[in-house]
Design a protein around this ligand. Structure first.
Ligand SMILES: [Zn+2]
Length: 524
C-alpha cells in the first residue's frame, strides 16, 4: 500500500499531465465531456491509455456512491466518489489526500416546495400541463410547503435554468474533479410520463426542433402549415383539454414521437451546458455524469455528453442469480454507447439483501458488473438506500469485511482490467457448464485475453454459491490465440495458480480445479 503522501503526489502529477494533455488537444474546451456524437472519442479519451494519467473512469476503479469515512475508503482502496459529497475545498482535499477523485452533485428535478411557494419567478418556471397547471413530482407527495407542492422545474425555462446554474456554482466551489447531475431529465421526465412540457419556452424550443427534424410529410399529416407560427398546444387540445384526458390519448396525438424526442434532447443539452459551466467554475476540465437509468431508452440521449454514467441497475435479488437479463442489458448498452458506468442495485434489491443477509449474492453482482466491463459501486458502510413497499425508505449498513476483499482483489489485479475490451462472442458462445457464466476481454492490440468465469449456482437456502470442481471452459480458436501454453488463474478467495491449456484444433480449453465465485483466467 502507498502512504497517503505518496499517493497524493502521484495523484497531483497525474492531474497536471491530464490537464496539460486536455488543453493541448483542445485548447478551446475546458470540459472533459465534450464529444461530437455518441461514437466520437471524448476529448480526453486518449489520456486513459497513458500510464498514470487520470482521464475518464478506468475499469479497475473502486467507486463509492456517497462520501464515507477515511477508514472505509482505505479498507476498500477507493479511487472515486461518484455522487457528490465534495462541495468544499476541505472535502476535495480530504479525498485527494486519500488518492480518490471526487464530485459535486446537484439535481434538476424541482426548485423545492418552499422556494416555489416564496418566489413568484420560480413558481412561473415549473413544468406545466395542457391546462396550464404545474405538474407535481408524484414521489415527493409528502414534500409540501403551506399547501404548495414540489412541482417539476422546467429545464427549458431561463429562470429554472438559472437556479440549476447557481447549484452548479455551489457544488463545484471546492474544485471537485467532476459534476454529477441527478434527475437530468428535468421537464422531459414530466413530458414523457406526467403530462407536462407545455410552457411557452417548451413550445418555442419544439418549433425550432421541428424545423430541423420533422419531414414535410409529418408536418402535412399534422396539419402544420407554417412551423414559425405553430403552437403544439392547439393541436393537442383537439384531442384532450385536461391532463387526465391527455394522459389517456397522449400517444395517439400527431407529432408526439418528435415532441418526446425534443424534450429528451433538450434535457441532454441542458446537462451538457451544466458540465461546461462546472469546468468554467473550477477553471479546468471536469468529469460529467448523470443518473441515467439505463437500459431505459429515454435516458440514452444524454449519454453522448457524459464522461460516465452513474445509476441504479435492478438485479432481481429475489430471483437469486436466475434473472440477470436486465443488468446485462444495461451493461452492454452503456458499453455500446462508448461510456463507462458505475452501477448500484435498486432500493428493492438492497431491501432484500438487508432482510435476508445474503452478502454472497452482492459479491456476485460486483463480479457480474466487472465481468461486463463496468463497475459496481461499493455497498455503503452506513447508508445504502433500501426501499420496500412495506417499510418505505430504510438503510443497510454494508459490512466492510464482507465486501472489501473483492474490491482489494480488483485493485491488486488492475492490470487484468484496465485497457481490455469485450470480445464479441454472440455467434461463438464459450463451452461451459450451465451454471457458469463466461465473458472474454482482450487487451487492445495484443494476444492477452482475460476470461471472467462466474459461478451462478446459487443455493438460496444456504445463501452461498455451491462450489464447482473441475470446471472446463472452451473458447473457439477464431476468438483467441494464446502464445503461452499455460494460463494464470486469479480469484479473490484462493491463491493464484497456473494451469496447462488444452489446445485443440478448433478450441482452447482450460480446467479450473475449484470455482467458488469468480475466477479470472489470464491467457497470454
Ligand atoms: Zn417548459
Amino acid at each position: 500500500m502507498h502512504t497517503s503522501s505518496e499517493s497524493r503526489t502521484r495523484f497531483m502529477e497525474a492531474c497536471r499531465l491530464w490537464i496539460a494533455l486536455a488543453l493541448l488537444l483542445n485548447p478551446g474546451v475546458l470540459w472533459a465531456g465534450a464529444t461530437d456524437g455518441p461514437d466520437a472519442v471524448p476529448v480526453l479519451g486518449g489520456a486513459d491509455r497513458s500510464a498514470g494519467v487520470l482521464g475518464p473512469l478506468r475499469h479497475s476503479e473502486v467507486v463509492f456512491m456517497y462520501a464515507a469515512s477515511d477508514e472505509a475508503y482505505q479498507a476498500y482502496g477507493a479511487t472515486f466518489v461518484g455522487w457528490g459529497g465534495a462541495h468544499t475545498a476541505e472535502q476535495v482535499q480530504r479525498h485527494h489526500d486519500l488518492g480518490a477523485r471526487c464530485t459535486g452533485s446537484m439535481w434538476c428535478l424541482t426548485a423545492g416546495a418552499e422556494n416555489i411557494h416564496k418566489d413568484p419567478k420560480l413558481r412561473a418556471a415549473c413544468a406545466i400541463d395542457i391546462e396550464g397547471h404545474p405538474v407535481e413530482v408524484p414521489w415527493l407527495f409528502d414534500h409540501t410547503h403551506e399547501g404548495t407542492k414540489s412541482y417539476f422545474g422546467c429545464t427549458n425555462h431561463p429562470d429554472f435554468q438559472d437556479l440549476c446554474r447557481q447549484r452548479v456554482h455551489q457544488v463545484m466551489a471546492g474544485g471537485a474533479d467532476g459534476l454529477h447531475v441527478d434527475d437530468h431529465l428535468g421537464t422531459a421526465g414530466a413530458a414523457w410520463w406526467q403530462g407536462g412540457g407545455f410552457c411557452d419556452y417548451c413550445m418555442k424550443g419544439f418549433r425550432a426542433y421541428l424545423k430541423d427534424h420533422a419531414t414535410r410529410e409529418q408536418l402535412q399529416q399534422a396539419g402544420v402549415e407554417r412551423v414559425d407560427e405553430f403552437d403544439y398546444r392547439s393541436l393537442v387540445r383537439k384531442y384532450a383539454t385536461t391532463r387526465q384526458e391527455y394522459r389517456k390519448v397522449q400517444h395517439q396525438i400527431p407529432l408526439m414521437g418528435l415532441f418526446l424526442q425534443f424534450h429528451a434532447e433538450a434535457a441532454a443539452e441542458h446537462t451538457r451546458q451544466l458540465g461546461q459551466l462546472a469546468a468554467e467554475v473550477v477553471g479546468r476540465p471536469v468529469l460529467l455524469s448523470a443518473n441515467a437509468c439505463l437500459p431505459n431508452k429515454t435516458h440514452t440521449h444524454v449519454v453522448k455528453y457524459l464522461t460516465h454514467v452513474i445509476c441504479e441497475v435492478g438485479q432481481n435479488a429475489s430471483a437469486g442469480t436466475s434473472r440477470l437479463d436486465h443488468a446485462i442489458e444495461a451493461y452492454e448498452l452503456v458499453a455500446s454507447l462508448g461510456k463507462p458506468m458505475a452501477a448500484t442495485a435498486s432500493g428493492h434489491d438492497w431491501a432484500f439483501v438487508k432482510q435476508n443477509d445474503c452478502d454472497e449474492l452482492v459479491r456476485f453482482w460486483i463480479a457480474l458488473a466487472y465481468a461486463h466491463g463496468q463497475r459496481f459501486m461499493v455497498p455503503h458502510p452506513q447508508r445504502q438506500w433500501c426501499f420496500s413497499n412495506e417499510r418505505g425508505t430504510h438503510w443497510y449498513a454494508a459490512p466492510i469485511e464482507a465486501y472489501a476483499p473483492v474490491y482489494r482483489f480488483i485493485r491488486a489485479n488492475a492490470d487484468c482490467f484496465d485497457g481490455f475490451e469485450a470480445i464479441d462472442m454472440k455467434d461463438h458462445r464459450p463451452d461451459a457448464p450451465t451454471n457458469v457464466l463466461v465473458t472474454a476481454r482482450r487487451r487492445s492490440g495484443s494476444n492477452e485475453v482475460v476470461l471472467h468465469v462466474l459461478n451462478r449456482d446459487y443455493d438460496s437456502q444456504a445463501k452461498r454459491m455451491r462450489p464447482l470442481s473441475n470446471v472446463e471452459v472452451s473458447v473457439k480458436r477464431s476468438l483467441i490465440s494464446p502464445t503461452k501454453p499455460q494460463a494464470r488463474l486469479l480469484s479473490c478467495d484462493e491463491p493464484a495458480q497456473q494451469v496447462d491449456l488444452s489446445q485443440g484444433k478448433d478450441a482452447v480449453s482450460v480446467r479450473i480445479p475449484q470455482l467458488r465465485l469468480w475466477t479470472l483466467v489470464v491467457l497470454e
